[in-house]
Design a protein around this ligand. Structure first.
Ligand SMILES: Cc1cc2nc3c(=O)[nH]c(=O)nc-3n(C[C@H](O)[C@H](O)[C@H](O)COP(=O)(O)O)c2cc1C
Length: 184
């Protein structure tokens, strides 16, 4: 069934793509910004590159072009309050507890499922968002259980671990370093 192409329909369609939930943490001097983001993807294995998309009107985007290092923090299923808080939608007077700790030149959110420390590579104009590509410089894996927070259809969800099917083994897909061209 084809549906009219408008922003609501686009949001609904893209909302059918289940994702994890991350918090991007940037720092420029003493100014720290943290923003909930699910527009996050791996880009390349060799070199290790990831991307995130930040709305141009988001506070985090104000000094994005000055950001040298940032972290991407993958939230656990029980960290949905942090997702809502870092999306600026927290209603209570008292914020949910969290701590930022040093992480290879960046700051990471303590207690997450996993975190990536990145150096900013290219920042690409992506309509009303900036697409930031980062070179991964450090990895952090949190303690078990490894239960991610999911976002699907505009709601937070949990994985049902009782239901799974094998997927192809992709570990040998990239064996040759790719040529990546940076800069102008
Ligand atoms: C689950 C979830 C995922 C989100 N993903 C993104 C995203 O990928 N990019 C983005 O710009 N905003 C995203 N947002 C919205 C921002 O977190 C929110 O608008 C932003 O933090 C508010 O901007 P402010 O920091 O300027 O107040 C998401 C929000 C939620 C709850």
């Amino acid at each position: 069934m084809s549906v009219p192409l408008d922003q609501r329909a686009f949001r609904d369609a893209i909302g059918m793509f289940a994702t994890g939930v991350s918090v991007i943490v940037t720092q420029v001097g003493s100014e720290v910004h943290a923003m909930t983001a699910n527009a996050v993807s791996s880009v390349s294995l060799d070199p290790m590159l990831v991307l995130f998309c930040a709305a141009k009107k988001a506070k985090l985007a104000r000094n994005l072009h000055e950001v040298k290092e940032f972290s991407i923090n993958f939230l656990r299923s029980d960290q949905y309050a942090l997702s809502t808080y870092f999306a600026g939608r927290w209603q209570d007077a008292v914020p949910p507890p969290y701590r930022l700790v040093a992480f290879e030149g960046a700051l990471r959110l303590e207690g997450c499922l996993a975190a990536l420390a990145c150096e900013t590579g290219r920042i690409i104009d992506g309509g009303d968002h900036w697409v930031t590509i980062g070179r991964v410089v450090a990895l952090h894996q949190g303690i078990p259980p490894h239960k991610p927070l999911l976002f699907y259809g505009g709601r937070y969800r949990d994985i049902d671990f009782s239901d799974s099917r094998p997927a192809p083994d992709l570990s040998d897909v990239v064996d040759e370093p790719a040529h990546v061209f940076y800069g102008e």
